[in-house]
Design a protein around this ligand. Structure first.
Ligand code: NAD
Length: 740
C-alpha cells in the first residue's frame, strides 16, 4: 500500500495541523470542512501559525481546500482519509457513511478522536470496511509533537496498519506507536492521570501553585509549564471535558476516578470564565497595574490572586533520587506524585499495552517528559523504590518486580520502532567519560557526545568533552529537546559580575580552539541537531564536518540580540560560506555585507528550508523528518566517509575599511530612523569591524586565526559594557530580549 494522496476532513486545530504536516512531507492533501470558507480560513491560520506548522510556507497552496458537499469526490482518489471533525459520535458516523460510499477500495480511513473507542466509531461499518478503519491520534501542534498513536482492534488488517505506521514514521517523522483500543490510549491515559495527581496532591499538601509547578517541572524532567501552567495552557474547561470522558469510559475500579473528582475551586474558575490563557486567566493571570504587567498566581485556599512568587528549589539538574529524598515538603510532594504515577502506569500493564516502554515513549513524545514512569523507576532504583513505597497489592507488575528486585528490568528501550535510536544505543554503549555538562559514549568504533545542561547551554566543560571525544569519529547528538541554545550566559555572567573578564576570555578562546579542532580533526565530526541550535550551538554545528539535521530545527546566530557578536567562529564560518558564492567572486563587498545583514538582525530559521538561503545549512546537509533516525543517518555518513580527510584551512580576502564604511552607513541610517540606539550602534560597529576583516585590504590573505582574534576582541569589548551586561541579565531573568 502506497499513500500518495490524502484527504483530511475537518479543518480545525487538528485537521489543519495534520494537513500542514502532510504538506511538509510533500504529500498532496485536500482539506475539507462544512464550508469552503472555513477550510480557507484554516489555510490562512496554517500560513500565519507561530511556531510555524509549515517547513516551507511557499508550499501552502499544495493544501487544496474545499467543502464536504461540493468537493467530496476528492475522497475517491485518496489512499488515506483522516477524519478530524468535532468530537461528536453522530457527526462522525455520518461522515464515515459518506466516506465509505466514496472511497476507493482498500483506502485507509482513520479518526483523530481522543476519546471515542474504535468499536463505537466503527459500529455501523461492514466487516470488510472495519479492516481498513483505525484511529490515528496526532498531538497538537502536529508538526512539533512526536507522538502518533495508531489504535487498532481485532478487526483490522494488520499488514495495512503496519504499512500505515511505516509511512507515518518515515514520511511524517512520527514516533508511531500501535495501541489497543482502551480509553485515552497510552499518552492521555497516563499523562492526564499524572496531571491530576500532581494537582490533587498540591491541594492535599497545601503547596502553592508556584511551588507545585517548581517541582512538577524541570526537576522531574517535565516541561517548565509545570502542572497549573499546563492546565492554563490546555484550557481548564477543556480539561474538565476530558475528565468527564474518562470518567464515563473507565471501569469503576480504575484508580483514575480517585483523581478526577470535581474540585470546587476549578468549577468556580470555569463558571467565571477563568479558563486559562485563552480566557480571563486561570491559575495564573497577567494583571496590569500602573501600566506594568504583573504575573499573578491564584491562592488555592482563598481563590484570590497574588503576585506570583519565584520558587528556587536549588536543583538545576534532573536528579530524581535526590529530589524524592529531600527532607522537606518538596521532596514529599515529588515522591508522592512520582510514586503514584509509577503505580498507576504499571497497573495498566499488560492491559493497555504489553510493552511498558511504549508508555514511556508516549510520555516523552506526547508530553515532552524527558523520562517516562518506568524510566523514572529505573533511575530511582528498584531497591530504593520498594524501600519507600507502600501498598501496591494487586499490581502484578510491581509485585513481580518486588520479588525479582531486578535493577536491570528495563531492557531495550523504544521497542516500538526498528530504528537504531540514540535511546537504544546509549543503553549498550560504553560511557567513557563525562563531566557536568556533557557525556561521552563509545559505541562500536565511534564516539557520541551528548550535552546535558539546561537547554544544553555550553560552557568550558562542554568544550572539554568535545575535544576529548575526537580520538574517534564523533557524532554530537542528544535526546533532550534542544541541540544547544548557545553559550551558557549565566556561566559567563558569573565571571562578569566579579569583574573576572580574563576567565571569560579564556573560555571563549577555548571555545574557538575546540571548534577549530572539530573542523580539522583526523576523524570526521558530525552534528545531528534538532530544536534550538543557536549562537554557540550553531557554531559547534557549523564547524563540524557533516550535518544531519532534524526538520524541526531553530537555527541562527542571535548574539546581537543580547549585545554581543558571535565569537566562537560564527562570523568566520558565515563569511566563508558567503565568500564561496558567485556574487562574492564578482564583488568583494557582497559576502561581508550579506553576513552583516544576517548576524546584525540575529536572523533565525525555523526549518532547513528557511536555513539554506541564509546558508545556516548547506544543500548537502542531511535533513530528516524523524528525529529518531538522526543517529542512523549520522552513522551512514561515517560509513560513507571512511577515507575522510579534513579540508585545507579556509583563507579569507576581505576588503577592510572600504566595506566597513558601507556597513557604518547602514548603521547610521538605522540610528537616524531610531531603529537602533547608541548601544545597537556600538554592537553594529564591532560586527562591522570583524566582518570587514579589521585592519586589512583585499590583497591580504587572512587565516582563520585572524578572524578568531577579531571575534574575540570585539566580544570582549562588548561584554565589558554595562549595557550588554544589562541585556544579558534581562534575558537570563525573563527569557526575553531587552528591547531598546
Ligand atoms: P475543532 O473544533 O478545532 O475543529 C473541528 C472542525 O470540524 C471544525 O472546523 C468544524 O467546522 C468541522 N466540522 C464539524 N462538523 C463537520 C462535518 N460534518 N464535516 C466537516 N467538517 C466538520 O476540533 P479539533 O480540536 O481539531 O478536534 C478534532 C478531533 O481531533 C476531535 O475528534 C478531537 O477529539 C481530536 N483531538 C483534538 C486534539 C486537540 O488538542 N485539539 C488533540 C488530539 C485529538
Amino acid at each position: 500500500m502506497k499513500i500518495k494522496k490524502v484527504v483530511v476532513i475537518g479543518s480545525g486545530t487538528m485537521g489543519s495541523g495534520i494537513a500542514a504536516h502532510l504538506c511538509n512531507a510533500n504529500i498532496p492533501v485536500t482539506l475539507l470542512d462544512l464550508k469552503t470558507e472555513i477550510s480557507e480560513q484554516a489555510r490562512d491560520r496554517i500560513y500565519k501559525s507561530k511556531p510555524p506548522l509549515l517547513l516551507d510556507k511557499s508550499k501552502i497552496n499544495n493544501i487544496k481546500v474545499g467543502n464536504v458537499s461540493d468537493d467530496f469526490d476528492a475522497v475517491n482518489e485518496a489512499d488515506w482519509i483522516v477524519e478530524a471533525v468535532v468530537e461528536r459520535i453522530d457527526t462522525k458516523h455520518n461522515i464515515y457513511e459518506k466516506i465509505f460510499k466514496e472511497r476507493k477500495k482498500g483506502a485507509i480511513v482513520s479518526s483523530n478522536t481522543s476519546s471515542i473507542p474504535i468499536k463505537v466509531l466503527s459500529q455501523n461499518l461492514t466487516e470488510e470496511e472495519k479492516k481498513d478503519f483505525c484511529i490515528t491520534h496526532f498531538f497538537n501542534p502536529v508538526r512539533y509533537m512526536g507522538l502518533l498513536e495508531i489504535v487498532k482492534n481485532e478487526n483490522n488488517d494488520l499488514e495495512k496498519i503496519n504499512s500505515l505506521k511505516l509511512f507515518c514514521e518515515v514520511e511524517l517523522g512520527k514516533g508511531a506507536i500501535i495501541c489497543n483500543d482502551t480509553p485515552g490510549f497510552l499518552g492521555n491515559r497516563v499523562g492526564v492521570y499524572a496531571m491530576q495527581i500532581a494537582m490533587t496532591e498540591a491541594f492535599k499538601m497545601n503547596l502553592s501553585i508556584e511551588e507545585a509547578d517548581a517541582i512538577f517541572g524541570r526537576p522531574m524532567g517535565i516541561p517548565k509549564t509545570g502542572i497549573f501552567g499546563l492546565y492554563d495552557l490546555i484550557g481548564i474547561d477543556l480539561m474538565a471535558d476530558v475528565l468527564k470522558s474518562f470518567i464515563k469510559e473507565l471501569p469503576k475500579n480504575d484508580e483514575f476516578h480517585e483523581v478526577a473528582k470535581e474540585i470546587p475551586l476549578v468549577k468556580k474558575l470555569i463558571e467565571n470564565g477563568y479558563t486559562g490563557r485563552k480566557g480571563k486567566g486561570g491559575f495564573y493571570r497577567i494583571n496590569k497595574t500602573d501600566g506594568k504587567k504583573i504575573m499573578e498566581a491564584l491562592n488555592l485556599k482563598t481563590g484570590k490572586y497574588f503576585a506570583a512568587k519565584k520558587i528556587n528549589i536549588k536543583s538545576e539538574k534532573v536528579n530524581l533520587k535526590a529530589l524524592i529524598n529531600r527532607e522537606d515538603k518538596y521532596g514529599e510532594y515529588a515522591w508522592s506524585v512520582i510514586s503514584k504515577i509509577i503505580k498507576y502506569a504499571s497497573s495498566l500493564v499488560p492491559g493497555i499495552t504489553k510493552e511498558f516502554n511504549d508508555i514511556d515513549e508516549a510520555m516523552r513524545l506526547g508530553f515532552n517528559w524527558s523520562k517516562g514512569p518506568f524510566e523514572m523507576l529505573e533511575e530511582i532504583g528498584v531497591v530504593n523504590f520498594f524501600d519507600k513505597v507502600n501498598d501496591y497489592t494487586g499490581n502484578k507488575f510491581l509485585e513481580n518486580l518486588a520479588k525479582s528486585k531486578n535493577e536491570k528490568f528495563y531492557g531495550v528501550r523504544q521497542k516500538y520502532t526498528d530504528i537504531e535510536t540514540l535511546g537504544k544505543v546509549k543503553k549498550t554503549a560504553l560511557s567513557v567519560d563525562g563531566n557536568n555538562s556533557a557525556q561521552i559514549y563509545r559505541f562500536n568504533d565511534y564516539n557520541i557526545v551528548e550535552f546535558t545542561t539546561k537547554a544544553n547551554a555550553l560552557d568550558y566543560d562542554s568544550m572539554d568533552a568535545l575535544k576529548k571525544a575526537t580520538d574517534k569519529p564523533l557524532i554530537i547528538i542528544n535526546e533532550s529537546m534542544q541541540f544547544s541554545a548557545g553559550v551558557n550566559l549565566s556561566y559567563t555572567m558569573d565571571f562578569a559580575n566579579i569583574g573576572d573578564f580574563k576567565s571569560i576570555e579564556k573560555f571563549i578562546r577555548y571555545f574557538q580552539e575546540t571548534c577549530k579542532h572539530l573542523k580539522y580533526s583526523d576523524h570526521p565530526v558530525i552534528s545531528a541537531p534538532s530544536g534550538l541550535t543557536l549562537g554557540g550551538g550553531f557554531e559547534v554545528m557549523v564547524q563540524s564536518n557533516f550535518v544531519a539535521s532534524h526538520t524541526n530545527i531553530v537555527v541562527g546566530l542571535v548574539e546581537t540580540i543580547v549585545g554581543l557578536i558571535p565569537a566562537g567562529g560564527g562570523c568566520k564560518e558565515m563569511l566563508a560560506r558567503w565568500l564561496e558564492t558567485e556574487e562574492a567572486k564578482k564583488d568583494p563587498h557582497y559576502a561581508p555585507l550579506k553576513v552583516f545583514d544576517i548576524i546584525g538582525y540575529g536572523k533565525t530559521a525555523t526549518s532547513p528550508v528557511e536555513a539554506e538561503p541564509l546558508k545556516y545549512l548547506k544543500p548537502e546537509d542531511k535533513k530528516i523528518m524523524n528525529r529518531n533516525s538522526l543517529l542512523e543517518v549520522s552513522k551512514k555518513i561515517l560509513e560513507d566517509n571512511k577515507d575522510f580527510k579534513a579540508a585545507p584551512e579556509t583563507k579569507f580576502n576581505l576588503p577592510g575599511k572600504a566595506v566597513k564604511e558601507e556597513m557604518i552607513k547602514v548603521l547610521e541610517k538605522l540610528y537616524n530612523d531610531k531603529i537602533i540606539l547608541d548601544h545597537g550602534m556600538e554592537v553594529g560597529k564591532e560586527l562591522a569591524h570583524v566582518l570587514s576583516g579589521g585592519d586589512t585590504t583585499i590583497d591580504k590573505t587572512l587565516l582563520e586565526e585572524d578572524i578568531f582574534k577579531l571575534e574575540l576582541g570585539s566580544f570582549m569589548r562588548l561584554i565589558e559594557t554595562k549595557k550588554t551586561q544589562e541585556r544579558i541579565k534581562h534575558t537570563l531573568s525573563t527569557g526575553k530580549p531587552l528591547i531598546n
